[in-house]
Design a protein around this ligand. Structure first.
Ligand SMILES: [Zn+2]
Length: 402
């Protein structure tokens, strides 16, 4: 299936909640899950009396997730779990007017993945490092090195021509008057509060299909039906467009760069190990790659049991286990707007999870297998955006200095 980028620009508050309502308060997510676009498409077909087409049309599309961005030309992405910022002066160095709107350059956001992988692989190969791996901020603070502790960054970022920016969605709490289910009139003394995303910027993401007329139908669906929940109560007005200018380095390029950077970090650490008398290889052998979750994934192990550890079935049918991974659990629920029913809740791996694998396959074979993997996603319910992955997430290039 062919990959397309689409951008949704909201004109009003959006509700992406799929969490269970607690009391009179509804929460919301900060991105548009693929299931929401799929729901809008199904609802639009239903509204036009085209129910019979729902299964076949929706079945020809795989919906990715749309992440917050500022402009339709740039793809916002979730930070990988291994992205780190200074505890004292967080935020990107170039554009840190992000958190509270105050312009204040941070000490930079870096990625620890390649360092963790090289360190752990060299240890497996017999290196005994004189000191444990401890990451400290290397930014200059006046005359001195900052030395602040590094901590995890969560959320989304976008790379704009003027620099990197953390993308945080503002939420507002709106109070609404409850409507009587029977009379469609305001019910006395019934108010509820809804947390919604304020309309700012846009959301950009991928969909896969062989039928390019789907984009047009989806555009109509978003314009007429809206996106998210409570669209009949004034939420979710938006416009969808194909985002033709968004580009991503090819998988082959990402893979090459990932391995080049890993080689650099490896050589530095191998030097350090040799200084204390350990004989370790100068260069990594084989090809390493990361599988980064952009959305929650519901995974099963090789026996079919639920797990948070991603194993891949290689092109020869054998199972590939990660040599390093970082993940955390999350609840995966969902609500089908088309059918008006909640979906079963499952335990999944959270977005940002990183799994690193090592392969001996020839490069061309590895690249085509990984391209196929990226187009299909991992785990269950991938057609609605779960298990969306990026192989060798570009943020891993922002290597944390040793
Ligand atoms: Zn610092």
């Amino acid at each position: 299936m062919k990959e397309y980028f689409v951008a949704v620009t909201p004109h009003g508050p959006l509700r992406m909640g799929d969490l269970k309502p607690r009391g009179d308060y509804f929460g919301t997510r900060s991105y548009i899950p693929g299931a929401v676009l799929r729901g809008a498409l199904a609802e639009w077909l239903k509204a036009q009396g085209r129910e019979s087409e729902i299964v076949s049309l929706v079945g020809r599309v795989r919906f990715g997730n749309l992440f917050p961005s500022e402009v339709e030309q740039a793809w916002g992405l979730p930070f990988p779990t291994t992205a780190l910022e200074c505890k004292l002066e967080g935020g990107f160095r170039s554009t840190a007017s992000d958190r509270e709107g105050v312009s204040r350059p941070g000490h930079g956001i870096r990625d620890g993945l390649l360092l963790f992988v090289a360190y752990s692989e060299l240890e497996t190969l017999g290196a005994q490092f004189p000191v444990p791996l401890q990451l400290r901020c290397m930014a200059q603070r006046g005359e001195e090195c900052c030395g602040g502790r590094m901590e995890r960054v969560s959320g989304f970022y976008v790379r704009l021509p003027e620099g990197w920016r953390v993308r945080e969605m503002e939420r507002g709490l709106l109070t609404k008057v409850a409507l009587s289910r029977y009379r469609r009139a305001a019910q006395e003394q019934m108010l509820y509060r809804v947390s919604a995303l304020r309309p700012q910027g846009c959301f950009v993401g991928r969909i896969w299909t062989d039928d390019d007329s789907v984009i047009d139908t989806l555009r109509e669906a978003v314009e007429h039906i809206g996106v998210g929940a409570l669209t009949t109560r004034g939420f979710g007005a938006a416009r969808l467009r194909e985002a033709k200018q968004v580009s991503l380095p090819s998988l082959a390029e990402r893979l090459r760069e990932f391995n080049e950077k890993l080689g650099e970090v490896w050589r530095d650490l191998a030097d350090l190990a040799r200084q204390v008398g350990n004989a370790v290889p100068d260069e990594p052998s084989g090809t390493y790659f990361s599988v980064d979750l952009l959305a929650p994934a519901v995974l099963n192990d090789t026996q079919g049991l639920p797990t948070l550890k991603l194993c891949l079935r290689g092109p020869d049918g054998s199972w590939l286990e990660p040599i390093w991974w970082a993940t955390q659990p999350t609840f995966v629920g969902g609500f089908s707007t088309a059918w008006g029913l909640p979906k079963p809740t499952a335990l999944g791996s959270a977005p940002g999870s990183v799994y690193v694998f090592r392969s001996e396959l020839p490069e061309a074979q590895l690249v085509s297998w990984l391209e196929n993997l990226e187009a299909h996603g991992v785990g269950q319910r991938t057609d609605e955006g779960l298990g969306e992955i990026l192989v060798c997430h570009p943020f891993h290039r922002e290597v944390m200095p040793v």
